[in-house]
Design a protein around this ligand. Structure first.
Ligand SMILES: Nc1ncnc2c1ncn2[C@@H]1O[C@H](COP(=O)(O)OP(=O)(O)OP(=O)(O)O)[C@@H](O)[C@H]1O
Ligand SMILES: [Mg+2]
Length: 344
């Protein structure tokens, strides 16, 4: 009875093609999943050689026979590759062949389990492609920001500084009654230069290139904490200096997480922690603010901060997460591999 039930189970399973081969590779049983995946009914396929499932180039290369040999020698064989349906279309299959021996050690045949992985493979490919594109976009954005920062620094700021110096010279030479006006102009130029320096620094924090990630984050945290009236602390235990790409990614994620603390959290304190974990870099930004449910639900149109943090992290082959309790604060975590991935 149990065996009948078991046979019914195997016959009825739709997600897996489960069937048997005789020792020479001819199909001797067939289930509903195999029919669904490969398109043959049991009547059509039983008795045929299982190499009909392989593309012609694999058959020419002797792959079906070799797979059985390996299964006999090692007990089982797992393979992923293209297989052919009855209508000639191909699908991406995960295949496990198990050699079946009787109690005397004589080969009785093979059990074969086939899964159709086409959809999953397609979805993975789309995801990979998307990450690659986001990676390019993020890189392009950083290159552009850096270029603008250099241009503003080398041209606009330098010439305004020169204007300021001339104004100071002029102030010493003009008649008394014009001196205040010239000094006021000089002050205005000075204020504009300060603003532009702030802009340059936001576009491309110079500390990041000169002193590394920890210094850059420390400088930024100190500045915004004072401005936003937050008690802030930076803990760091980095044992490796991140690659320039990882450093800019972590810096940007930190910037957005802190800007969210300022905009939404109504927090009194924020802790930023940088550590080396699992051959990678872990950033954690914790606030003691009002918390949010936005991590679980779609924050709605026009809000890109959370999405951008996640996409940046994933484009760098890492992960990002937000956990939050209403009324008890929010933690943003992001982990990036320390070694840049090859396909990046
Ligand atoms: N630290 C936090 N504390 C409380 N709420 C937060 C926090 N971080 C994010 N949120 C909530 O999550 C929402 C989405 O954040 P997100 O950064 O995506 O958008 P935004 O900050 O509103 O806009 P943008 O970042 O595009 O300027 C916020 O509107 C806010 O409600
Ligand atoms: Mg935001």
């Amino acid at each position: 009875m149990d065996e009948d039930l078991f046979r019914l189970l195997v016959q009825g399973v739709l997600d897996y093609g489960i069937f048997m081969l005789d020792p020479a590779g001819h199909i001797s049983s067939w289930n509903a999943g195999a029919e669904r995946i490969k398109g043959y009914s049991a009547d059509e396929i039983i008795g045929q050689h299982f190499s009909v499932f392989y593309p012609p180039e694999d058959v020419a290369a002797g792959k079906p026979g070799r797979e059985l040999e390996i299964a006999v020698a090692e007990g089982r064989l797992e393979d992923e590759g293209w297989r052919v349906r009855k209508d000639g279309t191909r699908f991406w299959a995960n295949v496990v062949i198990t050699a079946l021996f009787d109690e005397h050690g004589k080969l009785r045949g093979f059990g074969k389990v086939t899964r159709d992985m086409t959809e999953r493979r397609g979805a993975e490919r789309v995801l990979r492609e998307r990450r690659r594109l986001v990676g390019h976009l993020v890189d392009a954005q950083e290159v552009e920001r850096r270029r603008i920062a250099w241009d503003v620094h080398d041209e606009s700021i330098q010439s305004m500084v020169a204007v300021g110096m001339r104004l100071q010279l002029l102030a010493g030479r003009v008649p008394e009654e014009h001196r205040d006006a010239v000094n006021a102009l000089d002050d205005a130029v000075g204020t504009a230069v300060t603003r532009l320096r702030g802009l340059v620094s936001r576009l491309r924090p110079p500390e990041l290139d000169q002193q590394g990630l920890v210094e850059a984050v420390a400088g930024y945290l100190e500045e915004v904490a004072a401005r936003w009236g937050l008690t802030a602390e930076l803990h760091h235990g980095l044992t490796v200096e991140p690659s320039p790409e990882a450093a800019i990614t972590l810096y940007r994620i930190c910037q957005e997480a802190l800007s969210n603390v300022h905009k939404h959290a109504r927090a009194a304190r924020v802790d930023v922690r940088l550590s080396t974990v699992d051959k990678g870099l872990l950033l954690r930004v914790t606030d003691d603010g009002v918390g949010t449910t936005a991590g679980a639900i779609d924050p709605g149109p026009g809000h890109f901060g959370l999405i951008e943090m996640r996409e940046r992290a994933e484009a760098a082959h890492g992960w990002w997460s937000l956990s939050s309790t209403l009324g008890a604060g929010t933690t943003v975590e992001c982990w990036l591999p320390a070694l840049p991935d090859e396909d990046r």
